[in-house]
Design a protein around this ligand. Sequence first.
Ligand SMILES: [Zn+2]
Ligand SMILES: [Zn+2]
Length: 135
Amino acid sequence: MCPRCREPLIVMEFQGVEVDHCLDCRGTWFDAGEVEFLAETAGVEPGKIESAIHASGQQTGELKCPRCRRRMQVLKVGQQPAVEVDRCPAGEGLWLDAGELAAVVKTFGGTQDAALAEFFGDLFKHELSDATEDA
Ligand SMILES: [Zn+2]
Ligand SMILES: [Zn+2]
């Protein structure tokens, strides 16, 4: 279920990475390592995001992890400007609101990857997978 709207998430695939996406708020759940992988395909230096996540202050937020249902931690990663992302307290993955992946890529010096921007900027244009998470 979507941590924001509690709607079922749909499974979508991009460059071999499966993500869970909410059609309502257009937020996306990434399993551990997937944000880093996708950002690296857009030119972000390997390890940069991971170390920023480790270095960032943590604060318990309002949203619950779609996997373990525990309240996620709000992390502020990067600078100028920092991007707020929600992370599972057990490290299972990250929840990014609409447009936040592009913001993360930009903050960490990645180049604008057209395919990535298109996919995560406007998922409605893409064919949707039939698979639905059991929420
Ligand atoms: Zn939602
Ligand atoms: Zn979790």
